[in-house]
Design a binder for this molecule. Structure first.
Ligand SMILES: [Zn+2]
Length: 400
């Protein structure tokens, strides 16, 4: 498999600069296009699955993390607090506390549950510089996060639906899970001390995995500090395993934030929080996609979907018209003219683009396009409008 750091630079997807800092990559236009398509896909899949999206700030007061438990259990991964007008604010290490506060901000009834709150939001991790590189260990992370606030008897269904959403996304993205890991607590003070809570949450996850017939392995010392989780593991080009997607059950933060809803009995009850990430962090997901596909992304994710190749300067106006038409139809299209070399050289340079449109004198005169696919096959020339429709249909396909 490929190394995403090398390919990412070659394909001009992302880069880093010592002046910005280690672990703080920036995204070039082609990388940003992939990321944008990925984020749009995730939001759309979440909307279909009944999530509502929110935005919350990347900073929070120190007290927020003292309540959530991050301050006592997770502080070594957090950036130091900043003093600001007599109080301390920190770059957030997770989105959960903000979402818990948003849940708490309105009166909630059992009819509102399960309440599925999603956000593609920024968070920060104080990684040591020694382990940084590429997109896999970064200090500023865009997390595809969500929190489902639900009744205890809804937890199993919600965990199962989250696993289904993860599997659907992996199919669309062409990602294969290496294994499912049931991540349990280990020894030491990193974990919230409440054996009964861990037992109940762990039993719920096991129940879902077994009912779905998903093989899994248990791993001690890999849980979140507040609860156990199901981690969907992937393997990179060097054979290193990492967590891409995750589903977690949490009884701890609802209690810490004193979350409540009014039940059918008119009394106040405590919801459970299910944390889940479908693609995990956008950075890690794109790194994995680059390696899995060797840069030849599925057409719907490709940074450039159509490359117009005029044979000579004379066909430039026809090629420009094709590009405008494609962009107008919502496609990502570019033109590579004769200044970039012979037609053969341009075809090779654009080999990762799903659709190449070579425009010679005959095509330009007839307002036709002959599409060339990545496998080298060519579709018969057809009117430009039809060719654009054909590309649109091809780009709309996501394996399911
Ligand atoms: Zn969370």
């Amino acid at each position: 498999m490929n190394d995403h750091r090398k390919l990412g630079r070659e394909l001009e997807l992302f880069d880093t600069d010592p002046l910005i800092g280690a672990g703080l990559p920036y995204w070039l236009p082609d990388g940003a296009a992939v990321r944008h398509a990925l984020e749009e896909y995730v939001r759309e899949a979440e909307r279909r699955a009944g999530y509502r999206h929110v935005y919350s700030p990347v900073l929070g007061k120190r007290e927020l993390y003292e309540i959530s438990g991050h301050w006592s259990h997770y502080s070594e991964d957090m950036f130091p607090p900043m003093d600001l007008g007599g109080e301390q604010v920190v770059l957030r290490p997770s989105l959960c506390p903000h979402h818990a506060v948003i849940f708490r901000s309105r009166g909630r009834s059992y009819r509102d549950l399960p309440l599925r709150m999603a956000e593609l939001g920024g968070m920060f991790r104080a990684e040591l510089s020694g382990v940084l590189g590429g997109l896999t260990r970064v200090r500023a992370i865009q997390l595809n996060d969500a929190h489902i606030f639900c009744r205890l008897d809804q937890v199993a269904d919600e965990v199962q639906s989250a696993l289904e959403l993860i599997r659907e996304a992996h199919r669309a993205l062409g990602i294969e899970a290496a294994r499912y890991r049931l991540s349990l607590p280990g020894k030491g003070g990193k974990y919230v001390a409440d054996p009964e809570l861990w037992r109940r949450a762990g039993a719920l996850l096991v129940q879902v995995l077994e009912e779905a017939g998903i093989p899994y392995e248990e791993a001690g010392g890999e849980a979140a500090f507040y609860g156990p989780k199901i981690d969907v593991q992937v393997v990179d080009g060097a054979g290193r395993e990492s967590t891409l997607s995750t589903v977690q059950v949490d009884f701890h933060q609802p209690a810490r934030f004193d979350l409540g809803y009014i039940g059918p009995d008119g009394k106040r009850h405590r919801p459970v929080m299910v944390h889940r990430a479908v693609i995990g962090s956008v950075e890690r997901a794109v790194a994995h996609l680059i390696e899995v596909h060797g840069g030849a992304f599925p057409a719907w994710l490709a940074p450039v979907q159509v490359l117009a190749l005029p044979l000579s300067e004379e066909q430039r106006p026809a090629a420009e018209a094709l590009v405008r038409r494609c962009i107008g139809a919502g496609l990502r299209a570019e033109l590579a003219g004769p200044e970039h070399g012979t037609l053969g050289a341009r075809v090779r340079a654009g080999r990762l683009v799903p659709y190449q449109a070579v425009i010679g004198p005959a095509e330009a005169a007839a307002d036709q396009v002959s599409l060339r696919l990545r496998d080298g096959s060519r579709l018969p020339a057809r009117p430009t409008a039809e060719a654009v429709e054909q590309v649109l249909a091809g780009v709309a396909v996501r394996p399911s």
